[in-house]
Design a protein around this ligand. Structure first.
Ligand code: ADP
Ligand code: ZN
Length: 718
C-alpha cells in the first residue's frame, strides 16, 4: 500500500495543508488525482508518495482516521516540475496565501480541470555499432552514409529495406529521444546594428556577474532593440528567453519586431482562450519553443533552462496581481533566475523607486541610455488651467493646445491626447440638494456615459438608467460635472470638424482585437488625433506623432495614495515620450491646475533624478516604501458586526509585535461588501511574514469570521 499526500484543488482556502490518502500503486509526485473530499469528488495534486507495510487498521490508529483510497489517477506524467512545485511553496510563504491558490494561478486553466497533458514529442534515431559485418556493396554504402544519432526518418529515406537489413544484422539500432527544438530560425538581417551606447549596455549585461541589471533608458533610446539582441544571444547559447510586457494588446509594435526576427515565438497573455494557453504551455514544456513574450502569468511557464528574463516597463503596476496570491512578477522572476542561474533585465524610462535605489546601492548593475536614438527630445510646455479659466478659456482644450493642434493638422502630422478618465462626466449632482449620486452597491460616484445614455459605476461595472429626478430630494434636473474622454472627444470634433479623431479607452475597445485595429488605423495615418486613457501612453512608436497633449495632468495627484506622485510621474513621462520619436521635432503640452507641483516640474525638465530626490525624501520622512515594507490585511464582509469583530480580533493578535501596526481602518464598500484594513509596516520583511502567517493561520481556523486577503508590499493604499 502507498500513502499519498495530496493538495485538494477546490477545497476551501482555509485548509492550507496536504491530506493523506491511500493507493495500491505508487503515484508520481505532481500528478493529478481524483479524490473524495468532504464527500464530493475533487481534483488534487500529489505532493508526496511513500510505501507502507501497515494495513488499514494500523493506519487508522496512526493517523486518527481511516484514509480513503484515491479514486482515480488523472495524469500519467507530472503536470509540473519539482522546480515549479517548490516555487508554489515559496510563493505561498512570501505572499501569505494558501498553497493551492498558488498552484492554481501557476497552471493554465485547462490543467486545473481534467484534461491530460500530452507527453513530450519523441524522435527516434539510430545508433551505429562497431564490428565486422559482411556487408554487400550497397549495404556498406548506406552504413557509411549513416552518422551516429541520425534521425530514423531521415535515414530511412536512403533505403527502407537496407535499413531494415542493417537492424537485423545488429549493425545499427534504433532508440528514442525527447525531441528538442532549438528555435529554428533567427532572421539576422532584421537586426539593427546597435549604437555604441546600446552595445555597451549589451556587453555589460552579458558579462556582468550580477544576476540583475537595470536598464534605465529614456523613452525612444532603443531599449527594445537591446532586448532583441540579448534574446538572440541567449537563444544561440541554447537557453530560453522570456520577455515580459505589461499588456500585449498595447504593444503591437514590440510584437511585430519580435516576430520579424524569431520565427518560433510564443505570445502568452490573457486574450488567449484556455485551450490556446494550454497549447502554448505544452509547447514550452516540450521545448518546442524557446522564446516567449508574455504578460505576468508567463513567469510560471515550464521553462527547462531559462537564460534571461526581461521585464519591460518594470515599474508598471500590471506586474502585481490584484487577487490572491498577490505576487509581484519581479520577485518570482528573481526566484526563477536563481533556480536556473539566469539573468534578469529590468528596464524602464521611469524605474520603480525600489529598483533604482537598489541599482544605486550596487545590488543591481545600473545601465543608462540617456540619449534618444534620434537625439532629439520634444519641447515641453505646461499650461496653467487656472489662468485659462480666469481668461474665460476652455479647460478641456485650452487655447494654446488648440493652436498647436491646428498647426499639427495643417502639417499633416498626428497628435495624441491623453486624459486618464473614461466616460463623459465623472460626477452627477443634484441641482437642488447638491448631493453626488452614488452606486447602490459601492461607495463610488456614478459616471455619466453619454454614448449609451447610462450611468456606470467604475468600481463594480454596474449600469443604471439615468433617474429623472434626484433619488435623495426628488428634485430635478440633475447636473453633470467634470469631463472624461468621451466629452473631450466631442470637444475636439467640435473644434476640428474635418479631422479624423478616434478614441481608445476601456469603453471603446470592448471587442477582442479592437485595440489592434484602432492602433493600426492610427499607424496608417487614417486617424489624425488619437484620444485615450493611459492605454495610449505606453510603448507606441509612430514617426508622424509630433504633438502630445495631456489633459487634467495633475488629476491623479488628488488621490491620497502614497504612490500617486510616482504613478502620475510615470504616466506623464510615458505619454510625453510618444512625441517626436523620428525625424520630426515633437511637442508636448501639459494642462494642469497645479503647474508648480514637483511632478509636473520633473516632467517639464524630463528629469527622473529631480523627481527621485524629492520623492525619496518624502518617503523617508513618512517611512513609506522603499524605506519600509507593508503588509496589508484586508477584510471584507456584508455583515458590519462580524467585520468589526474580525478586525479587532486580528488587531489584538498583532498589536504587541515589534512592527508598526495600524488600527483597523474602514474603506468604502465595494459590491455591497464592507471593507476594513489593517496595516503592518516595518523593515524586516521576513519577520513580518512569519508573524502574519501565524496570526492569519490562527484566524482562518476560526468559525464565522470575515473573508481575509493579504497583500504584501501593495502598490496602492486607498
Ligand atoms: P524604447 O523602447 O527605449 O522606447 P525603441 O526600442 O522603441 O525605444 O527605439 C526607438 C526607435 O529607434 C524605434 O523606432 C527603433 O526602431 C529605433 N532604433 C532603436 N535602435 C536602433 C538602432 N540601433 N539603429 C537604428 N534605429 C534604432
Ligand atoms: Zn458599484
Amino acid at each position: 500500500m502507498y500513502l499519498i499526500e495530496v493538495y485538494v484543488t477546490n477545497a476551501s482556502l482555509n485548509v492550507n495543508r496536504p491530506f493523506t490518502y491511500i493507493y495500491k500503486q505508487a503515484i508520481e509526485k505532481y500528478c493529478r488525482v481524483k479524490v473524495l473530499f468532504n464527500r464530493s469528488a475533487n481534483t488534487a495534486i500529489v505532493s508526496d508518495c511513500r510505501y507502507t507495510e501497515k494495513d488499514s487498521d494500523e493506519l487508522k490508529s496512526e493517523l486518527g482516521y481511516t484514509p480513503l483510497e484515491i479514486v482515480e489517477v488523472i495524469d500519467e506524467e507530472p503536470v509540473m516540475s519539482e522546480e515549479l512545485f517548490n516555487l508554489a511553496i515559496w510563493l505561498s510563504k512570501t505572499t501569505v496565501s494558501p498553497l493551492i491558490s498558488c498552484l492554481n494561478s501557476m497552471l493554465p486553466k485547462a490543467l486545473k480541470t481534467s484534461r491530460n497533458l500530452s507527453s513530450p514529442k519523441m524522435i527516434s534515431r539510430f545508433h551505429k555499432h562497431e564490428g565486422d559485418f559482411s556487408f554487400t556493396k550497397r549495404q556498406k554504402e548506406i552504413y557509411d552514409q549513416l552518422c551516429e544519432g541520425m534521425e530514423s526518418a531521415q535515414a530511412r529515406r536512403l533505403s527502407v529495406s537496407i535499413i531494415k537489413k542493417l537492424i537485423e544484422m545488429n549493425a545499427i539500432s534504433e532508440y528514442e529521444e525527447e525531441a528538442v527544438f532549438v528555435n529554428s530560425e533567427i532572421d539576422r538581417t532584421a537586426f539593427k546594428t546597435l549604437t555604441s551606447d546600446q552595445q555597451k549596455a549589451f556587453d555589460r549585461i552579458i558579462s556582468s556577474d550580477k544576476m540583475v541589471s537595470l536598464l534605465f533608458g529614456v523613452t525612444g533610446s532603443g531599449k527594445t532593440e537591446v532586448y532583441l539582441h540579448l534574446a538572440r544571444h541567449f537563444l544561440e547559447e541554447g537557453k530560453d528567453v522570456l520577455i515580459l510586457v505589461p499588456e500585449i494588446s498595447l504593444t503591437p509594435q514590440m510584437i511585430e519586431r519580435v516576430k520579424e526576427r524569431f520565427s518560433d515565438v510564443v505570445f502568452y497573455h490573457s486574450e488567449l482562450s484556455d485551450q490556446e494557453r494550454y497549447e502554448q504551455y505544452k509547447r514550452v514544456r516540450n521545448k518546442e519553443v524557446r522564446i516567449v513574450v508574455g504578460t505576468r502569468s508567463a513567469i510560471f511557464l515550464p521553462f527547462s533552462s531559462l537564460g534571461l528574463i526581461i521585464i519591460d516597463e518594470e515599474h508598471d503596476s500590471s506586474y502585481k496581481q490584484d487577487n490572491v496570491p498577490c505576487y509581484h512578477v519581479k520577485n518570482v522572476a528573481f526566484k526563477r533566475a536563481i533556480d536556473h542561474h539566469a539573468k534578469v533585465l529590468l528596464a524602464s524610462a521611469t524605474p520603480s523607486l525600489e529598483s533604482y535605489t537598489r541599482a544605486l546601492k550596487g545590488d543591481y548593475q545600473l545601465l543608462e541610455l540617456k540619449e534618444r536614438i534620434n537625439h532629439c527630445f520634444p519641447q515641453i510646455d505646461v499650461i496653467d488651467l487656472n489662468r485659462q479659466l480666469r481668461n474665460n478659456g476652455s479647460y478641456i482644450i485650452s487655447k494654446p493646445l488648440r493652436n498647436e493642434l491646428e498647426l499639427c493638422l495643417r502639417d499633416r502630422k498626428q497628435a495624441i491626447i491623453l486624459l486618464n478618465r473614461r466616460g463623459y462626466s465623472p460626477i452627477v449632482r443634484c441641482s437642488e440638494c447638491g448631493s453626488t449620486l452614488m452606486c447602490n452597491d459601492c461607495d463610488t460616484p456614478w459616471n455619466y456615459h453619454k454614448d449609451e445614455g447610462v450611468l456606470k459605476c467604475h468600481q463594480c461595472g454596474r449600469i443604471y438608467r439615468i433617474p429623472d429626478r434626484c433619488p435623495n430630494c426628488g428634485h430635478k434636473p440633475l447636473l453633470f460635472y467634470g469631463f472624461g474622454t468621451k466629452k473631450a472627444e466631442e470637444e475636439l470634433a467640435r473644434l476640428f470638424p474635418s479631422a479624423k479623431i478616434e478614441r481608445m479607452d476601456r469603453d471603446s475597445v470592448g471587442r477582442k482585437g479592437s485595440h489592434q485595429s484602432i492602433l493600426k488605423r492610427f499607424e496608417n495615418h487614417e486617424t489624425d488625433i488619437l484620444i485615450g486613457t493611459q492605454m495610449i501612453a505606453k510603448g507606441l512608436d509612430y514617426p508622424d506623432v509630433t504633438l502630445v497633449g495631456i489633459l487634467n495632468a495633475d488629476a491623479g495627484l488628488m488621490h491620497q495614495d502614497y504612490n500617486s506622485a510616482k504613478v502620475t510621474f510615470d504616466l506623464l513621462m510615458q505619454a510625453s515620450g510618444r512625441s517626436g520619436r523620428a525625424a520630426h521635432e515633437g511637442k508636448v503640452l501639459i494642462q494642469a491646475f497645479n503647474p508648480e507641483h514637483y511632478v509636473i516640474k520633473a516632467v517639464l525638465l524630463q528629469d527622473y533624478g529631480f523627481f527621485y530626490n524629492i520623492e525619496m525624501n518624502y518617503r523617508n520622512k513618512t517611512s513609506y516604501p522603499p524605506y519600509s515594507h507593508i503588509i496589508e490585511i484586508m477584510l471584507s464582509d456584508a455583515d458590519p458586526l462580524r467585520i468589526h469583530r474580525s478586525a479587532d480580533d486580528i488587531y489584538d493578535s498583532l498589536k504587541d509585535l515589534p512592527f508598526k501596526i495600524y488600527r483597523p481602518y474602514e474603506l468604502g464598500k465595494v459590491k455591497k461588501q464592507l471593507r476594513c484594513r489593517i496595516l503592518i509596516m516595518g523593515k524586516d520583511l521576513l519577520a513580518m511574514l512569519k508573524s502574519t502567517h501565524e496570526v492569519i493561520d490562527a484566524y482562518i481556523a476560526k468559525r464565522n469570521v470575515s473573508r481575509v486577503k493579504i497583500d504584501v508590499d501593495p502598490l496602492y493604499l486607498e
